[in-house]
Design a binder for this molecule. Structure first.
Ligand SMILES: C=CC1=C(C)c2cc3[nH]c(cc4nc(cc5[nH]c(cc1n2)c(C)c5CCC(=O)O)C(CCC(=O)O)=C4C)c(C)c3C=C
Ligand SMILES: [Fe+2]
Ligand SMILES: [Fe+2]
Length: 332
């Protein structure tokens, strides 16, 4: 079945600074951390802290980390998302679906507003938005929706919209994760433990009804079942804690420091919540996480890369889009 050419698929992800420089990191963090979905403190309290302290201090720490992961084609997260879009576009075309596939970042470039403007100017009347966050969170998926709504505000003519609000239990996603672990086992041997590390979240967001931690645990359990892992051979932890206050536990950093004392000498870490490798995986886990585990007495540490542009990942993402597009009744 052919879908009209006035249909577009928009793949979105979080975004990265435009360059690994203090000014670019400050600009990116300023946009990111001013999002009330990310930091829900009252504006009168948070904005002076953000501008007076965080944006002065944090770039000093993270610019060198971004420099360490930067590649010829820029920030890994953005470069990988572009490759994902190319792969999804090729697969949808091969399946007979005539759609444009575009990329936008929630923070930084290319922005959601400019991308939506461009698509609408090109005649797009139906927009399928796929935020590349497998586990739903208000901080990510709902924030993407907010940006989309802002981009459309005041327009006389809105497109039809479809938002994919997570895919944590989709078989194609879980199969690709399990395959990526099996390939790591073939490459470097099977470690004594598999740690599933997800990006963390303030505990009060989960208490207010964000299903994110429940979905993270469900994803991990489903992958562990596919791999036939015994209960003691895997566990879940949450990384990338930011600021004071209680975040989801256990913290990845603490688990990495404790595992050797619990008899785990060889470890592999999988980060299923990240559709593309980024600062939080390539630096926080693959570099700093490794150091923490080895310094605590661990002997072998392996980071299993994100699904990135693996063929099975792109097959799954394209199939997900195709299913939603085909179920979308033609406009009257
Ligand atoms: C209160 C702060 C933060 C919340 C809540 C949060 C949720 C959240 N983030 C991701 C995915 C990513 N986060 C990334 C970087 C990053 N995250 C925060 C803070 C919060 N995230 C900061 C300040 C940063 C920037 C880096 C730093 O200064 O430490 C990234 C990587 C970006 C990159 O450029 O590579 C991703 C991806 C999810 C999935 C999530 C909620 C579930
Ligand atoms: Fe984050
Ligand atoms: Fe981090």
């Amino acid at each position: 079945m052919a879908t009209p050419a006035d249909t577009a698929v928009l793949l979105t992800n979080l975004g990265s600074p435009a360059a690994p420089t203090p000014a670019a990191v400050r600009r990116y963090l300023g946009e990111f951390l001013a999002d009330p979905r990310i930091v829900d403190l009252p504006r009168w309290l948070w904005l002076p802290i953000l501008h007076g302290i965080v944006l002065r201090v944090r770039p000093r720490r993270t610019v060198p980390l971004y420099r360490g992961i930067w590649r010829e084609d820029g920030a890994p997260l953005v470069a990988v998302t572009r490759r994902q879009a190319e792969g999804v576009a090729a697969r949808l075309a091969a399946a007979g679906l005539q759609v444009q596939v575009a990329v936008a970042m929630r923070y930084g470039e290319p922005g959601i507003a400019e991308t939506v403007d461009r698509l609408l100017a090109a005649g797009v009347r139906r927009l399928l938005v796929l935020p590349l966050y497998p586990q739903y969170s208000a901080t990510t998926v709902a924030s993407t929706f907010d940006a989309l709504a802002a981009a459309l505000a005041g327009r006389p003519r809105l497109p039809e919209l479809h938002l994919v609000a997570g895919y944590h239990a989709e078989a194609g996603y879980l199969d690709a994760l399990a395959a990526s672990v099996r390939e790591a086992w073939d490459r470097e041997g099977r470690a004594g433990h598999l740690l599933f590390s997800f990006h963390g979240l303030p505990r009060r967001y989960a208490a207010a009804g964000d299903p994110y931690p429940v979905q993270c645990r469900a994803t991990a359990a489903a992958v562990a079942a596919r791999l036939g892992l015994a209960p003691q051979a895997w566990s879940v932890a949450f990384q990338s804690r930011f600021g004071p206050g209680a975040w989801l536990e256990p913290a990845t950093e603490a688990v990495l420091a404790e595992l050797p004392a619990r008899g785990v000498r060889t470890l592999q870490v999988l980060c299923p919540g990240f559709a593309a490798d980024c600062l939080e995986t390539l630096e926080e886990i693959a570099v700093r996480g490794r150091e923490t585990f080895l310094a605590a007495g661990g002997e072998r540490f392996g980071y299993v890369p994100a699904l990135n542009d693996r063929a099975d990942h792109l097959d799954f993402l394209a199939a997900l889009c195709a299913r939603r597009l085909r179920a979308w009744a033609p406009p009257c």
